[in-house]
Ligand binder design. Structure first.
Ligand code: GDP
Length: 329
């Protein structure tokens, strides 16, 4: 198998103008959401190799592509696909989108039953809270009823309410990516151990360039903790890129409040006004641990440092053993 073929493959599909390119550009290419207004609609299959700590491909299919055409090689397309993301424009009439999604799910499932189906009910920034819930319920009902009618009630679809104008699209993408990371259970275990030994309330392992979290401990994720940890990455990256000297590494320069003692021992700490602290530590060039813990836990600073180093070595070992070409170096 070539290196290219080894990568977990993720596909983004949806009708024209549903927001596929916008999601991809905002999450992986740092385009500002308002600039997506000028993006050209997708008109061909676009392969985008994301080479960060994680390596995967995004296939952006044009909305009008015909999967049922005999010339379409479903085995080649879906055979190695880890996850299929359907983007549905919630501000538009979505019946046609559902119809196409239904056809695609049945086709993809028949070729590869392992593929996970992820539905992004997108552009929900324009919807009231009640309308969001109703839309999600309606889409969920229609598609699961349709699948049950043809005897496919074992096909599982996950639904997310997303918008490029807030954190929701990053959160949704994080969950999708976690489904194609084979090391996930080990990463979660390591995070659980780290949290329980250091009084950490919530910890995320982030891919720094995309702000996608590859894993978190097993306590429930609340949106606020996620947002604050994700904002912490922006703060460190922004300060580093303005005042630092080596912009490719997040903390290879010391932003204010950040410290660097050797290659992968950089950190940044912000004390919040509620007795909590947000703490970021660099794990590798593209990977950072961001956690929330009580400020007074830092009384045992030596222990935290020691435990973190053990954690970091374990994480790097996990990736070194499996698929690892993204930069755990
Ligand atoms: P594609 O053809 O599926 O690739 O669609 P585009 O990415 O070109 O997006 C079509 C339009 O939808 C653009 O004008 C985007 O600015 C807009 N759009 C994308 N995502 C969102 C979103 O989350 N909220 C809103 N309100 N508009 C969005």
């Amino acid at each position: 198998m070539t290196a290219d073929e080894e990568k977990p493959r993720l596909m983004i599909m949806g009708l024209r103008r549903s927001g596929k390119s916008s999601i991809q550009r905002v999450v992986f290419h740092k385009l500002s959401p308002t600039e997506t207004l000028f993006l050209e609609s997708t008109s061909s299959v676009a392969k985008d190799d994301i080479s960060s700590f994680i390596d995967f491909q995004i296939w952006d299919f044009p909305g009008q592509m015909d999967f049922m055409n005999p010339a379409f090689d479903a085995q080649a397309i879906f055979g190695r696909c880890g996850a299929l993301v359907f983007v549905i424009d919630a501000q538009d009439d979505y019946l046609e989108a559902l119809q196409r999604m239904f056809v695609t799910v049945t086709r993809a499932h028949s070729v590869n039953p392992q593929v996970s189906f992820e539905v992004f009910i997108h552009k929900v920034d324009g919807l009231s809270d009640d309308h969001k819930i109703d839309t999600q319920r309606d889409i969920h009902q229609r598609i699961t009823d349709g699948l049950a009618d043809i005897g496919l009630d074992n096909v599982h679809l996950s639904f997310y309410l997303t918008s490029i104008y807030d954190h929701s699209v990053y959160e949704a993408f994080s969950k999708v990516i976690q489904k194609v990371i084979p090391q996930l259970p080990t990463l979660e275990n390591l995070l659980n151990i780290l949290c329980s030994n250091n009084g950490i309330e919530k910890a995320f392992l982030f891919d720094v360039s995309s702000k996608i979290y590859l894993a978190t401990d097993s306590s429930p994720v609340d949106m606020q903790s996620y947002e604050i940890c994700s904002d912490m990455i922006d703060v460190v990256v922004d300060v580093s890129s303005i005042y630092g000297t080596a912009p490719e590494a997040i903390t290879s320069t010391a932003p204010s409040g950040a410290h660097r003692s050797n290659d992968t021992d950089a950190y940044a700490l912000i004390n919040l006004n509620n007795g909590m602290a947000v703490y970021l530590r660099e794990v590798s060039r593209n990977l950072a641990l961001v956690c929330l813990l009580r400020e007074d836990n830092f009384d045992r600073r030596g222990l935290i440092d020691y435990n973190f180093r053990v954690f970091r070595d374990a994480i790097l070992e996990v990736f070194a053993m499996g698929w690892n070409r993204g930069g755990a170096s």
